[in-house]
Write a protein that binds this ligand. Structure first.
Ligand SMILES: [Zn+2]
Ligand SMILES: [Zn+2]
Length: 182
C-alpha cells in the first residue's frame, strides 16, 4: 500500500513550493526595500546599500534595514519643514516695538512701555495707519508726512504747553519793558 516514491514526490513538491515561496518573498522584500528607501532618501548610494542589504541578507537584512533606515519619509520631512516654517512665520509676524522690542498689539498707536509711536491715525477717517504709509488705504486721503506727525505728537506732550506759556510770559514782559521805556 505504502509507496515511498509517492512520499518522495510529495516531499519534492513541498520543497519546490517552499523554494518558490521563498523566492517570491525575497523578490517582494527587495522591491519593498527599494520602494521604501526611495521614499526616505534621495541619496543613490543609500538606496543601493538598502536594496543590497535586503537582497544579500534576506530576512535578517530586512531587520537591519528597518533599524538603520531614516526615521522619516521625505513626505514627512517636507510636512515637518512646512510646519516649522509656519511656526517661524507666526513668531516673526508677532509685532515688536522698534524702541524697546517688547511684544506689541496691532491695535496700539503707542508703545505703553517706551512710548514709541507705533501707528498713526488718518486725519480724515481716523483709521489706524502704518507710520510709513503715505496715503490712507481706507479713504485715500494723503497722510501727513512723518515730520508733521512727529510735530503734532510733540504738541501733545505735556511739557510743550508749559514751554509755550513761558515763551508767552517772556514776550509779555518784554512788551511791558518796551511800554515802560516809552
Ligand atoms: Zn517700546
Ligand atoms: Zn483715512
Amino acid at each position: 500500500m505504502f509507496d515511498p516514491s509517492q512520499l518522495n514526490t510529495a516531499f519534492q513538491f513541498l520543497t519546490a513550493w517552499g523554494a518558490a515561496f521563498t523566492a517570491a518573498l525575497w523578490v517582494s522584500l527587495v522591491f519593498w526595500a527599494l520602494r521604501d528607501i526611495r521614499g526616505r532618501t534621495v541619496d543613490p548610494l543609500l538606496r543601493i546599500l538598502a536594496v543590497l542589504a535586503v537582497a544579500a541578507l534576506f530576512l535578517p537584512g530586512v531587520v537591519v534595514y528597518l533599524v538603520l533606515r531614516p526615521n522619516y519619509t521625505l513626505e514627512e520631512e517636507y510636512q515637518k519643514s512646512l510646519e516649522e516654517e509656519a511656526l517661524l512665520q507666526t513668531i516673526e509676524s508677532a509685532q515688536h516695538c522698534p524702541g524697546c522690542s517688547r511684544r506689541t498689539d496691532d491695535k496700539w498707536l503707542v508703545c505703553p512701555d517706551c512710548q514709541t509711536r507705533l501707528k498713526k491715525t488718518c486725519h480724515n477717517c481716523r483709521q489706524r495707519m502704518e507710520l510709513h504709509w503715505k496715503i490712507c488705504p481706507f479713504c485715500s486721503a494723503p497722510a501727513p508726512v512723518l515730520r508733521k506727525e512727529q510735530a503734532s505728537m510733540d504738541k501733545s506732550l505735556p511739557s510743550e504747553p508749559a514751554a509755550e506759556a513761558a515763551e508767552r510770559s517772556e514776550i509779555v514782559s518784554l512788551l511791558e519793558d518796551i511800554e515802560g521805556d516809552l
